[in-house]
Design a protein around this ligand. Structure first.
Ligand code: 5GP
Length: 218
């Protein structure tokens, strides 16, 4: 069976990546979202094991020294990292995996997994981003300033990504990310066909066609 594809989505904090990704996961359920490990405390409404695996500094350091992380980074006072074992289990089953990680981590993945597909989500402007961070109301002014400074640095990395999505409206950004995922899947299927292998995944239209054919036959 062919390995699944690894999609890496980056973009500054507050740009709306989580909302966009949550909607994409509803529309494309056979996409596995990699739940990261972090030392950041949970925000109201965030659940352990769903939004993040929340761990303390000692546990995070243990994971680093035991080589369990594909990548990790320090971002605004806290550590964030991706479990290599978790994502490899899914990729090995032929499932596509999506990572939501910041640019330093993405740079490590670019080195280690050059076949991954890199997508950057931009805010329409920095004023817009500042407004979103303040509206979210989860960080104090000092943290917001740090996140904005970090955002400017991150956006300078955007040209290293294969795809750029500007989050003007959530539905548009969701649609753009879905187009990227579906086109990359289609491309992989074409490559499989050319190599004389049978594609492992049917696209949704083919599945619908099959169902229609069954109902006509039956
Ligand atoms: P937040 O604190 O807003 O949830 O996340 C801060 C930043 O950390 C976001 O840009 C998010 O994409 C990034 N992030 C989340 N998980 C990971 C991870 O596993 N590795 C890295 N490098 N960044 C992550």
């Amino acid at each position: 069976m062919e390995q699944g594809k690894l999609f890496v989505v980056s973009g500054p904090s507050g740009v709306g990546k989580s909302t966009v990704i949550a909607d994409v996961l509803k529309d494309i359920p056979d996409l596995y979202f990699s739940v990261s490990f972090t030392t950041r405390p949970p925000r109201p409404g965030e659940k352990d094991g769903v939004h993040y695996h929340f761990v303390d500094d000692a546990e995070f350091k243990r994971m680093i020294s035991d080589g369990e992380l594909l990548e990790y980074a320090q971002y605004v006072d806290h550590y964030y990292g991706t479990s290599e074992k978790l994502i490899d289990e899914h990729l090995a089953k032929g499932e596509d995996v999506l990572l939501d990680i910041e640019v330093q981590g993405a740079a490590i993945v670019r080195e280690k997994r050059p076949d991954a597909i890199f997508v950057f989500v931009m805010p329409p402007s920095f004023d817009d981003l500042a407004e979103r961070l303040r509206e979210r109301g989860t960080d104090d002014e000092k943290t917001i300033e740090k996140r904005l400074k970090q955002a400017k640095k991150e956006c300078r990395e955007a040209s290293k990504y294969a795809y750029l999505i500007v989050n003007r409206t959530v539905p548009q950004a969701v649609s753009d990310l879905e187009i990227v995922i579906r086109s990359e899947r289609k491309k992989a299927e074409e490559e499989e066909k050319e190599a004389g292998r049978v594609p492992v995944r049917k696209d949704e239209n083919e599945e619908e066609d099959d169902q229609n054919a069954e109902s006509v036959d039956g």
